[in-house]
Structures are given as C-alpha cells and as structure tokens.
Design a protein around this ligand. Sequence first.
Ligand code: FES
Ligand code: FE
Length: 439
Amino acid sequence: MTFNASSYVDPEFGSVDRRIFWSPEIYELELERIFARSWLFVAHESQLEKPGSFLTTYMGQDPVIVSRDAQGINVFLNSCPHRGNRVCFADSGESRQFTCNYHGWAFGLDGALKRMPKMGIYKATPGFRMEDWGLKRARVASYKGLVFANFDEAAPSLDEWLGDFRWYLDAVLDAEDGGTEFLPGGATRSVLNCNWKFPADNFVGDIYHALWTHLGGAEPTLGPHGGVKVENERSWHVSVNGHGWEFNDSFYGNAATMGDREVLRYMRSRQEAITKRLGEFRANMWGSVASSTIFPNFSFLPGYFTFRTFQPKGPTRTEIHAWTLVPRNMPDEIKDRFRRGSMRTFSPGGILEMDDGENWEHSTAVNAGWVTRHQRLCYAMNPQDEMAETGLAGNVRAGQLSDFNQREFYRQWMKMMDASSWQDIELAPVAGPAAEAVE
Ligand code: FES
Ligand code: FE
C-alpha cells in the first residue's frame, strides 16, 4: 500500500487525522509496520519462574506462546504450521510440550516440532525436514524483568529500541533491591470498542483528562480535586523513540492509595531511600501522579503499578490485559493493599478505568461519520519549555499539562508507517546515563 503517514500526522503543529483511529486499511498496515517489527511486551519474568511454565498472549493480532525451558524464555506463534489450528488454549500453566488438537503434532518448550503421529509410516515430499516445521519463533529479550519479543530479524536490539528510556524505566524496575514481580493471579482482561491508540496516547502523557474525566470517582474518595496536584510547575514530560512518561514532584503515590493511609505511609517511608538510589528526578517518577507508555501498546501507572497492554483486535476493538507490578521486597500486607487498590481503580470494574473506556469508545465510534472523520484532532497543548540544560537523557520538557509526549508518540508512529523496512527507521542515539538531578 502506498501510504504517506506525514499527511495524517503533524507533530510540529499538533494535529492528527482521525482516520488513523478508524480506517481498516491503515489498521492492516499497522499490523505489518508497527506490530510485526516493534519490540512488544509479552510477560514479566516472575510469571515464568520454573522450566515448563508458559503463558499465552498476543503480538499484534498474532497469538503467541511464551514458555520457559532449561535454556531460557521462548516466544513462538500459537498456530500449528500443519493446518493452522491453535496449539495451546490455556491462559497459563506448566507443560512439557504443546500438542495440537487436530492431528496431534507435538512441539517442545522451544516451539520445535518433536513428534508427528504415525511417524513410522509418514512419507513426506522430497526435501521435507522436521526442523523446518516448528512453531515460528520470535526474538526475545528482557529488560530488568520485563520480557519483550520481536518477529523482525532486522529490528535493532531491545536495548537500542528502549534507548535512554531504560534510565527512566529504572524508576519502577530498579527502585528497590530484589527487583519486581507481577502479583500472582494472572491478568484481568477486558474488551473495549475503541482503537488501540486512544488508550496508548492517553497513558503516554494525558494527565489533562484526569482533572475532568476522573473527578466523579476521585472526589468522593480523595476529596476536592481528587486530592491531586496537577500543574505545570515542577512537572515534566519525557520522551524517547515514542516511549513517554509524564509526572510531577508531588510524591503522592498515585491513585492506588485511594485514601489508603497504609499505602501512603509505606510509600513515604521509602521516599528517602529511593531518592538516594535514583536521584530526586526519578524518585518523583516513582512516586507521583504519573503515567507512561512504551511504544506502541504497553502502558503503566507508576504510583500503583498497574501495567497493561492494549492488544489490537481490529480498527475499532482493543483487548486490555492488566497486571499489578510491585517490588518483590514490599511487605505482603502492602502488596495486598496494592492488589485491592488496583482492583478498585483500574480493573474492568474499577471506578477510574470505566471512565476512560467510555471516552475512548465514543472517540472511536463517532469517526464513522463521513464529515466527522475528515476533521483533524487537536494535539496542540504545548508548554514548550525545552530543558536541554538539564543534561537528562532523551527529550525532556517542563510542564505536565502538555501534548508533547503524544506528538512524539505519533512522530514514531509516522516514521514506522512510512518506512518499508528497518533500514529507513532511525532511533535516537543512546546517550548513556543522564545527570542525576534537576535544579
Ligand atoms: Fe496441527 Fe494438524 S493442524 S497437527
Ligand atoms: Fe484515565
């Protein structure tokens, strides 16, 4: 398909053509150019501790199995190369192999074809080799517990893809000794009739909506204005390769607290040690009202550690998979309070998640109108304070009430949609660890 993404996205002026949230042709191209060649989050290592453990998920619309064998973590298509049947139907579990329901082909924990029924009398065409007919494997790499996979052999490494954003990610992944884990119990899953980019762009930088959308849930539980400080003093947007994080210095603990004094007390008790370990700037990323998206569809809220993927299921349909991430060494009682906080706020029945889903569904549905779909959407909010002098990694802008990260998200989308291969996509150079403090 000939496609000119720059006619749909204008990151300088700040406008986006709303057909990218609706068009089946553009969605098809996203599966090819975004999802089939990005590093996509597939699991946390804590979900796959024992050899033989596995889970199933998606990379774009491709179903995959993520499994651990003695050598490490493998990711491969959950579709049999014989007649295409789904090989594994469980969400997660333990197994020694995966056997297809249809004719009984059996695959190892690395996806290799191990056995076919009637092998003794199976006569194949010349050149047939069992090693060519395993479950198609993806490349796999981890960053501090988060496992990503990529089907494109030509893609740069995960370290290059995350680039300087790794230094910021440490604010949740390396804030405490002992690393992190997903609370056990699996993911909550829910389906929204919305395009996958609306939730991704919400999490990459949109604190703006919280001051309006979420007041109905936040004010009764947290007091006037939801008890939350949001302004453009001492607050920031950070962006690298389309990944973004917005935050401020209130060290409030985000909404998981929902008035839970024990959670707040715990977070405040960790503030000094975490500030010492990470510096003040990144400690604020850990502790404030904040949100982040790792391009394209993996998002989280640092304060209460809800981590989620927005799995595309069509141009107007998205499945959310969500977990709660905590430091491993957090006391069990506090972990339990985080679990309940996440469920009360950002589960499918949570008081804040429901507000968001309704907005994204309406934003998507109205694009069916012929005239409507031709009016562009506004991404112009722009405090425009560059912070080059800070020496921090990536693109840092002062001001939390901003569309800066969203514009950078669509800039990355545009680059990838325009490029026919990775040869034509440039990532930001990795500048190494940044300065530890901002005055
Ligand atoms: Fe899987 Fe035939 S489709 S064994
Ligand atoms: Fe929200």
